[in-house]
Design a binder for this molecule. Structure first.
Ligand code: CA
Length: 225
């Protein structure tokens, strides 16, 4: 079994490699996201172990871009305990499993065996809320069977709301995620774009996926409204 370990903490990477070799894995190391992506795309691995916080290209980008490139090798993501990124996001981007550091080595080995057994079936990384679907790879949005055309900004807004479906997200969070955080953007622009979006994904279908939570922000209904 061949595993690619993408981890920039050299000491940790070496320790893991030694342990995995003893368990019968053939192990390649990459210490940054760019090399990790290149190896994972070009070489046949049975499983990838991918740290999220990496130089040059983070683990999120590596995972998303591999899926977009049609590479379906199972991915186990290593997340840091400070939770700057969360595992839900990693799974949204096409990872298969995650472990929070520090983790126990036997647990890592067991998870890797499980992933290798499962193999690399193609599967969508699209986000769903009821019959509302968003595919980050093809950048397509569907309501039921009907495709909905969105501008780039509307798409980014819907993507953010769907990644946080069922949560209240404030206008400030949306501004940060969807608009240039360094620009002095008028927060009212969020309202304007929410209105645009409703006219495309809700109104024509007699639905209400995007709910206004007075004084707090917006919430995308998990059932699609
Ligand atoms: Ca790291």
């Amino acid at each position: 079994m061949r595993v690619l370990l993408v981890e920039d903490e050299v000491a940790l990477a070496q320790t893991l490699r030694r342990g995995l070799v003893q368990e019968g894995f053939a192990v390649d190391l990459a210490h940054d996201g760019r090399e990790g992506f290149w190896r994972a795309r070009e070489l046949p691995y049975d499983v990838l172990v991918l740290d999220l916080m990496l130089p040059l290209r983070n683990g999120y980008e590596v995972c998303r871009d591999l899926r977009a490139a049609g590479v379906w090798t199972p991915v186990l993501v290593l997340t840091a305990k400070d939770g700057e990124y969360d595992e839900v996001d990693a799974l949204d981007l096409g990872a298969d499993d995650f472990l929070t550091k520090p983790f126990s080595f036997p647990v890592l080995v067991a998870r890797l065996h499980a992933l290798v057994r499962r193999g690399a079936p193609e599967r969508p990384v699209e986000l769903r809320a009821g019959d509302l679907r968003l595919d980050p790879t093809t950048r397509r949005v569907h309501r039921g069977e009907e495709q909905v055309a969105l501008t780039a900004r509307e798409f980014a807004l819907l993507h953010h709301l769907m990644r946080h479906r069922d949560e209240v997200v404030s206008k400030a969070q949306i501004l940060d995620a969807v608009w240039d955080p360094h620009a002095d953007t008028d927060p009212n622009v969020v309202e304007v774009y929410v209105r645009y979006l409703r006219r495309k994904i809700d109104v024509p279908f007699g639905r209400a996926a995007i709910q206004t939570v007075r004084g707090a922000g917006y919430r995308l209904a998990a059932d699609g409204g």
